[in-house]
Ligand binder design. Structure first.
Ligand code: PMT
Length: 221
């Protein structure tokens, strides 16, 4: 096998969480640390790709040789991805993007009132990976699926509904893997096959996933 199967290929990926502002000091977010996406960025760069990493707020250094764009909200991530997608041959969506954002962002800090309940209305964010997969000249598009049950069923459903070329599913209900841990396990599905990548460090797992992606990508081109 080639040592640099992604040589000369432009690859963009998203990583980390998004933050959806409620007011100037509060937001809705999730537990993504960026470790999985940053490991993928580093591995892709080592395998020869020219890597553009669009990252939500995380406390990780940029991997050597990788270009990084920092964003906060899902809408900003969407904008950054769309601004650069036309050049890319491969797109990997590893970010834990908020599906919904507060409908309005209060200009001032929301005050506590006498009422025991507070209702926040949310609106749907753009689905970045689905929009990329629907482009007429789309790159090879890989999504992730973070599931807490029926992992295969929901992952296959996302693969077809979002029109992806491949999806990497992780069970985020299991201890010691998924969000914010150093290890993970993935089951990868594509229209004609599947592969199980058992529990391992995210660095090693990222390499394996990228080799699978490179194989499928070259099969097509
Ligand atoms: O960052 P770590 O702490 O290392 O954790 C890694 C991880 C668990 C976050 C990662 O392995 C993972 O599963 N990432 C995807 C998380 C997620 O939001 O999954 P989802 O099943 O909700 O979304 C499905 C796919 O659609 C994902 O590729 C997601 O990036 C994409 N999406 C979702 C919503 C949206 N508005 N736009 C998107 O592009």
């Amino acid at each position: 096998p080639q040592a640099r199967p992604l040589a000369g290929i432009k690859l963009m990926l998203t990583a980390g969480p998004t933050r959806e502002a409620l007011d100037p000091v509060r937001f809705i977010s999730n537990h993504s640390s960026g470790k999985m996406g940053f490991a993928l960025a580093a591995a892709a760069q080592e395998l020869g790709a020219e890597v553009l990493l669009v990252s939500g707020p995380v406390g990780l250094p940029t991997p050597a040789g990788v270009t990084r764009i920092e964003v906060e909200s899902a809408r900003q991530m969407h904008q950054a991805v769309m601004a650069h997608i036309a050049d890319q041959q491969i797109f990997i969506a590893c970010a834990a993007v908020a599906d919904y954002a507060p409908k309005t962002v209060a200009e001032q800090k929301i005050k506590k009132t006498a009422s025991d309940t507070l209702v926040i209305e949310l609106t749907k964010n753009p689905d970045i990976v689905a929009e990329v997969a629907a482009l007429p000249d789309k790159p090879f598009t890989v999504g992730f699926a973070a599931e807490t049950r029926d992992v295969e069923k929901y992952a296959r459903d996302k693969l077809s509904r979002k029109g992806l070329d491949m999806i990497a599913a992780n069970d985020v209900a299991k201890a010691g893997q998924g969000f914010n841990s150093d290890d993970n396990a993935l089951t990868v599905f594509w229209p004609q096959g599947r592969a199980d990548l058992p529990l391992a460090g995210k660095t090693q797992l990222a390499r394996h996933l990228l080799i699978l992606i490179a194989d499928r990508y070259h099969e097509r081109h």
